[in-house]
Ligand binder design. Structure first.
Ligand code: HEC
Length: 181
């Protein structure tokens, strides 16, 4: 084991030397330009790396895999990273955390134990107030597939998420995020 570590350290050193020793690595005026950022794995764009860093930071305080394993099918198999990305389409209008503000749309904390139209200080359309549904993953799936068609006359100006996997992923993400204390 020790040998392997030493060997890989040596390999890294060699690689580093190779960089600086490379005649194409830039002129003395601009040595930094040709040196790749060592924190970004090759083949990954800076944007993707930033995203990954952001995701890791957001997940750091929780045991997401354990929380997800407890979700019913098909949500236990959802792609939570994609769910988080999908939620960016909602987050201009909705917050998920306990005590979070209403925006254009109501705060979604505790969604899966709520009836439609139940946040006290949010001014819902009559359509949503009288929808008569309790938010389950199934109802949310239908709502997100076609918000206008599912509860006609509601005021959520959002076209919907046509892809079933994207809906599964964002619903799994919401099942976890809206249930945090
Ligand atoms: C442009 C703003 C906007 C976007 C984007 C948006 N919503 Fe909404 N949402 C609203 C509004 C406004 C309402 C209330 C509608 C009404 O009263 O008729 C609402 C209502 C809801 C409700 C019902 C809440 C309750 O208390 O009954 C859910 C669930 C919901 N949105 C989820 C989502 C999700 C998930 C997304 C993203 C995939 C999303 N929304 C995107 C504005 C938005």
């Amino acid at each position: 084991m020790r040998h392997v570590l030493l060997l890989s350290a040596a390999a890294l050193l060699l690689a580093a030397c190779g960089d600086t020793g490379n005649g194409n690595a830039g002129t003395a005026d601009e040595p930094a330009a040709a040196t790749p950022d060592p924190t970004i794995p090759t083949g990954v764009t800076a944007d993707e790396a930033a995203d990954a860093g952001e995701d890791a930071a957001e997940e750091a305080d929780t045991d997401l895999p354990a929380a997800q394993a407890e979700l019913p099918a098909p949500y236990a198999e959802a792609d939570l990273a994609n769910g988080r990305r999908q939620f960016r389409r909602c987050s201009s209008c909705h917050t998920v955390q306990a005590g979070g503000p209403n925006r254009v749309g109501p705060n979604l904390h505790g969604l899966f134990s709520r009836n439609a139209g139940e946040v006290d200080d949010f001014n819902y359309s009559r359509a949503l107030q009288t929808a008569g549904i309790e938010w389950t993953p199934d109802h949310l799936d239908s709502w997100l597939a076609d918000p206008r068609g599912y509860i006609p006359g509601n005021r959520m100006s959002f076209v919907g998420i046509p892809d079933a996997n994207d809906r599964r992923d964002v619903i799994a993400y919401l099942m976890i995020e809206t249930a945090r204390e």
